[in-house]
Design a protein around this ligand. Structure first.
Ligand SMILES: [Zn+2]
Length: 482
């Protein structure tokens, strides 16, 4: 039973409700009805009209892929709803949750001490929640995100502020809790066994900025940065492609760089004669030259020697080159979550950057294999768009909506709740989502591969509708190809 039905059902059975309907006093009857209406309006907020008139606007479809489950908005919840729907479009997330549930089941069946009970509250609740969102439905059904919020609040031991209305900040918070629980799982698993496949955390990636000197062709030392959401700052220009934004290849050119390799190369290429002390320093430079990077900081006295070198026409402080800065990925995540920051500071206040981002259903990420700090090989990793969140409105206020991919294919791996059902839910989990669907290649899934989800309202849509959100796209979810 959906939340809406539950609410209506409990109102109908409530003694106050029955009293209101049974009373003969019209003033009390209609006055009280007004009160109840106000109460329902307060609880259900913007969704009230939809709830009241759902029977007329929500005809059952003969197809299981026409509708999906939306989420109720109690007033300011679109950032929560969109963040959760975004995760439900990822097949990789299902796979991850199942692996975690499998490990948890193993731990509870093989406790280190008799009676030990292990729990990963957010993972478990998330698995049930995603299962419900993905369950095939012939109606536009409605659920509530309450169980996720209640779990988060009990983990943080405080009420969540509904005023914090940024989908990226909320997603970041979710991922932090998931990551903490994941690390706890790894700790327990390593403690007990190393025989089971331990899942990798699907959001974690590493990138580095690689600088290349256009004069000598050598690269910089590799400096790594971890991420679970890849944040990209939009440029102050009308449009840019996502590929360009990620690689930074076209925008980041730095002039006047003082390249260590170019300077040492000029000194070694000189023909003048030197005194014995200088000759010994040059010998040292020759030895280290093959390993030099363009930003290597030399030890003293070599550093001072190279920087102040002025001999036989070679003056190192005058040697400048142009470098290009490129972002390369040294570890690619299973789920690439991209945050496009649309905040722009104009010196006085923040405004919204309406730069158009051209993105595609497929994305290639350049993966750089690094061994001992040296780049050795590159290959391209293919990703497919699973969800997108748009933000419309101004910088300070607005509305979030989500596009979620229909996960109806033979490859679909449903959440397996038989692995670790929460005690006492009374849920019928004898059938998984997959078993309830007959996997015929439905033409409508091909024609309308996504749902557009605005809180409780859902509608199927073509890929073009998703890709056309260039001006308001805010978060993008890409699944790594299997
Ligand atoms: Zn150089």
């Amino acid at each position: 039973m959906s939340l809406v039905n539950t609410v209506m059902h409990s109102f109908k059975n409530h003694s106050l409700f029955r009293q209101i309907f049974q009373t003969e006093n019209k003033l009390i009857k209609y006055g009280s009805l007004g009160l109840v209406t106000c109460l329902i309006s307060y609880v259900l907020g913007p969704d009230i009209f939809r709830v009241l008139f759902r029977s007329s606007g929500n005809k059952a479809s003969l197809r299981y892929d026409k509708y999906t489950t939306g989420l109720i908005n109690k007033g300011n919840d679109c950032f929560i709803n969109s963040s959760l729907q975004g995760l439900a479009g990822s097949q990789r997330f299902n796979h991850y949750l199942n692996s975690v549930l499998r490990c948890l089941k193993f731990l509870n069946e093989n406790p280190k001490q008799e009676g030990n009970r292990y729990a990963l509250p957010l993972h478990q609740v998330m698995a049930e929640f995603i299962y419900d969102l993905q369950a095939p439905t012939f109606l536009n059904t409605v659920e509530s995100s309450d169980k996720i919020i209640v779990t988060m609040e009990s983990i943080f031991k405080q009420k969540m502020s509904r005023r914090q209305n940024d989908a990226q900040e909320f997603t970041q918070l979710l991922l932090e809790v998931l990551h903490n629980e994941y690390q706890e799982l790894i700790r327990l698993m390593n403690f007990i066994t190393n025989n089971l496949d331990i899942p990798t955390y699907p959001f974690e990636g590493k990138y580095c900025h690689e600088l290349t000197c256009l004069k000598c062709g050598r690269n910089s030392e590799v400096k790594m940065f971890d991420f679970d959401i890849l944040t990209l700052n939009l440029p102050a220009q009308p449009s840019i492609s996502l590929d360009e934004l990620i690689s930074g290849s076209n925008s980041d050119v730095i002039e006047g760089f003082s390249c260590t390799v170019c300077k040492v190369s000029a000194i070694l290429g000189g023909t003048g004669t030197h005194n014995p002390n200088t000759r010994s320093l040059i010998k040292s430079l020759k030895e280290i030259f093959p390993e030099l990077k363009i930003n290597t900081e030399l030890d003293e006295p070599l550093n001072s020697f190279v920087d102040s070198y002025s001999h036989d026409g070679v003056i190192t402080r005058n040697i400048k080159s142009t470098i290009v800065k490129k972002t390369v990925f040294v570890e690619v995540p299973d789920i690439l979550l991209i945050h496009l920051t649309r905040s722009m500071f104009n010196g006085m206040s923040y405004t919204r950057n309406a730069c158009k981002i051209a993105y595609d259903e497929k994305l290639l990420l350049e993966h750089q294999l690094v061994m001992d700090g040296v780049s050795v090989m590159r290959n391209n990793i293919q990703y497919t768009l699973s969800s997108a969140i748009k933000h419309s409105g101004s910088h300070s206020m607005g509305h979030y909506q989500c596009y979620r991919r229909k996960l109806f294919s033979k490859r679909f791996e449903p959440i397996d709740l038989t692995l670790e059902p929460s005690p006492g839910t009374g849920r019928n989990i004898s059938k998984t989502n997959k078993e309830t669907i007959t996997f015929k290649r439905t033409p409508t899934v091909k024609r309308y591969p996504f749902w557009w989800i605005c809180d409780s309202r859902t509608k199927e849509c073509p890929l073009r509708s998703v890709l056309d959100e260039q001006k308001s796209v805010y978060l993008l979810y890409y699944d790594k190809k299997h």
